[in-house]
Design a protein around this ligand. Structure first.
Ligand code: IVH
Length: 696
């Protein structure tokens, strides 16, 4: 690639940055992500460092924010200039900054605090009365938004104590994350474009022509610095000589300050602070995009001074970006294991929070509409920490007019069946063709292999698809009947060419090692406990906990099949909905066939009994209630079931004994009422050991 002419590149960068600044500060509608913007600024700074002849005082590296186009708000000059902050993106850059401070001014305390992602504001109080609220603008002149600022809850119109004659107080106006989400949802509902993020929403809300609109937005403010200060006749407060002292004074005047600021010394504690803050990042009411580090002593601050745009005594540490912009190339739908049809976005692959993201679920058609995204849109993509990627919304300002709306399909993309709601009012659409829909069959088979079900290594999505595609499995019923001859018909599990491994020669077309491993793993899986077999049936609402409850209660698939609705529903952790679902499932012939074929193939359909314990409770139904000294809740049930008894959770006339522990509730009373015999823990232990005869 030819090296670009530095002067031409410089010009391009300046133009591009200025356009982005105008969109961000002027229209509250950014056209690139913060991370992309930071990268442009950084490139410009490096270019100017290498080619000092290119630097000029109007370069974005030397200026702050954007004066922008006239907005209808009066322009007001700040008494003292409002600065920006230099950024550090790595701990090494923080260390370098600290080292420089050390070299120039010695070792000093550093105040560390969250960097709130809002918009800066300068508040002027004269003799304790709020007289002006001004945006930062270009740092010298900002917009007069006093009427709007006055509507912010939590911002005092008069200060407590004995404030100075004139003081400019700097802070950040922000919208709490929750309020942002609610507001955006409401905007889309009204057919209006949503805001890209809380910061732009706060800016848009503060710069409303009609201050009653601002008042309707739950804006908040945090203050963190002083600008011009004239004590007049008031006694100067010496605490303003340190940054930490300023926060004390601001709080005493009644202004909101962060409670997360800490005064620290040395790189170790500072790095610990940064790590802790980053971990808490999403637990805060406002969005933060990093931390700000400030030299505590104001005398040292003055000594270090400032560049034209930022102080040398402070630095912003930016967290790695969690939000990027990418193109939404398409919206497709996925048909899941239970037939649920889920739209998902297909994006230009983009690195976000440490991994490359191409897909993100959009949940359902309602969500797509709520987010207001069109195919072809530039979208904000976020991945907060380790969580799944999420499309936040469109970058409306980047639309070209070529974007197209998406519509939810009416037919299953896998089998063509007409999609339907399970019941009125459902947000999800489902493919009703559970028996024959290939997508559902593949997902169910892959699910059987998953760790929470039969746990068959090798049996994942790809293997399941290959088995179904090759026609060796029509559905999951034949899974445990698979033979080597079957796998020889599946390209994924056969050798492409002759090979020799561990002295064994094999021919092209033979089943691969992986295929053999699949068969071996399936054979081993036949011995899995009953609850895993139940989970693997993909019965609606029956997840691992309901499956465990059913297995513990009934001990065998036959017993579950034989149980009636009331018996199922009475099991703790089951209840009416699940009971109904289980009953309905067993009424379908092809479902029953799955169970029968698995059983015939040798899948264990009952839990092993511990033969070493005597079956002292055969035929007895026992309810335990309250907490026992020597048994956990599950432990009681296990003790009863392993001795041949039935552990039930509700007392009826069929109950033989009710075991009562500490803090027992209504079940003890019910037992009395029905004349069921009540046992304490010692009697229960005697019953377990010797049967009814042991307790007389
Ligand atoms: S101090 C002279 N402290 O970040 C130093 N700024 O990227 C003035 N910001 O313009 C800023 N949280 O709008 C400071 N705790 C904090 C901050 C903070 C957010 C904003 C502020 C500033 C921008 C620079």
């Amino acid at each position: 690639m030819p090296t670009p002419d530095p002067r031409a590149r410089h010009q391009d960068l300046v133009q591009e940055i200025e356009a982005h600044r105008a969109a961000y500060y002027g229209d509250d509608a950014p056209t690139v992500s913060d991370a992309e913007y930071d990268a442009l600024e950084r490139e410009l700074r490096e270019l100017e460092a290498q080619h000092p002849e290119l630097a000029d005082p109007d370069s974005p590296t030397q200026t702050v924010g954007s004066a922008g186009a006239p907005t209808g708000f009066a322009s007001v000059k700040h008494r003292e200039r409002m600065m920006s902050l230099d950024n550090a993106f790595t701990l090494a850059e923080i260390e370098a900054w600290l080292a420089r401070v050390g070299r120039e001014a010695g070792d000093h305390e550093i105040v560390c605090e969250p960097k709130i992602d809002g918009l800066s504001i300068s508040l002027t109080y004269e003799n304790g009365t709020l007289t002006q609220g001004i945006t930062r603008g270009d740092g010298t002149t900002g917009e007069d938004v006093t009427a709007n600022v006055r509507t912010i809850a939590g911002l005092p119109h008069t200060l407590h104590g004995t404030p100075p004659a004139v003081v400019e107080i700097r802070g950040e106006v922000f919208l709490p994350v929750e309020a942002f989400e609610q507001l955006n949802a409401a905007l889309v509902e009204e057919g209006k474009p949503p805001y890209a993020n809380p910061r732009n929403t706060a800016a848009g809300s503060l710069r409303q022509k009609d201050h009653t609109v601002t008042a309707s937005r739950p804006l908040a403010v945090t203050t963190y610095a002083l600008g011009a200060l004239d004590w007049g006749t008031a006694t100067p407060d010496p605490r303003v000589d340190t940054q930490a002292g300023i926060y004390e004074v601001l709080a005493e005047w009644g202004l909101p300050v962060s409670d997360a600021a800490r005064t620290l010394r040395g790189i170790g504690p500072i790095e610990d602070y940064l790590a802790t803050l980053e971990a808490k990042r999403h637990a805060m009411v406002y969005e933060i995009d990093g931390a700000v580090l400030k030299v505590n002593s104001r005398a040292v601050q003055r000594e270090l001074g400032s560049t034209s745009r930022a102080p040398r005594w402070a630095i912003a540490y930016k967290f790695p970006p969690e939000e990027v912009h990418t193109t939404l190339e398409d919206i497709r739908v996925d048909v899941g294991r239970t037939g649920r049809v889920t739209p998902y976005g297909v994006m230009t692959p983009t690195l976000v929070a440490g991994s490359t993201v191409t897909f993100a679920t959009l949940h359902n058609a309602h969500e797509v509409a709520r987010k207001g995204v069109l195919i072809g849109d530039t979208v904000v993509l976020r991945k907060a920490g380790d969580v799944i990627p999420e499309i936040v919304g469109p970058v409306v300002a980047a639309r070209t007019g070529k974007e197209t709306p998406w519509t939810m399909p009416t037919e299953c993309p896998s089998c063509g069946a007409t999609l339907a709601q399970q019941k009125e009012g459902d947000k999800d659409l489902r493919c009703p063709n559970a028996e024959f829909c290939p997508a559902q069959i593949v997902d169910r088979i892959a699910f059987i292999g998953s760790r929470g079900a039969f746990d068959v290594e090798v049996l994942g999505e790809r293997a399941a698809a290959a088995l179904v595609e090759a026609g060796v499995l029509a559905n999951e019923a034949g899974l445990f009947d698979l033979t080597e001859a079957d796998l020889a018909r599946v390209p994924l599990f056969t050798l492409e060419s002759d090979s020799k491994k561990d002295g064994v020669e094999r021919k092209a077309g033979d089943v691969s090692t992986n295929g053999l491993r699949l068969l071996a793993n399936l054979a081993t899986a036949k011995q899995q406990p009953l609850w895993r077999v139940i989970v693997s049936l993909s019965i609606r609402h029956v997840g691992p906990s309901a499956s465990r409850a059913l297995a513990t209660e009934f001990g065998s698939m036959d017993a579950i099949r034989a149980a009636d609705g009331a018996t199922l529903a009475a099991v703790e952790g089951v209840g009416a909905v699940i009971a109904e679902s289980v009953l309905a499932w067993f009424e379908v012939p092809w479902h029953v066939e799955i169970v029968d074929r698995w059983a015939a193939a040798g899948v264990r359909m009952e839990d092993e009994r511990d033969e070493s314990v005597e079956r002292t409770l055969e035929g007895l139904t026992i309810v335990a209630t309250g907490s026992l000294e020597n048994f956990s809740r599950d432990g009681v049930k296990e003790a009863i079931i392993s001795r041949g008894g039935k552990a039930s959770s509700s007392v009826s006339k069929n109950t033989d004994y009710v075991v009562v522990g500490a803090n027992a509730g209504s079940k003890a009373a019910k037992a009395e009422e029905l004349g069921v015999r009540v046992l304490n823990e010692a009697q229960f232990q005697a019953l377990l050991d010797g049967g009814p005869g042991a307790i007389g």
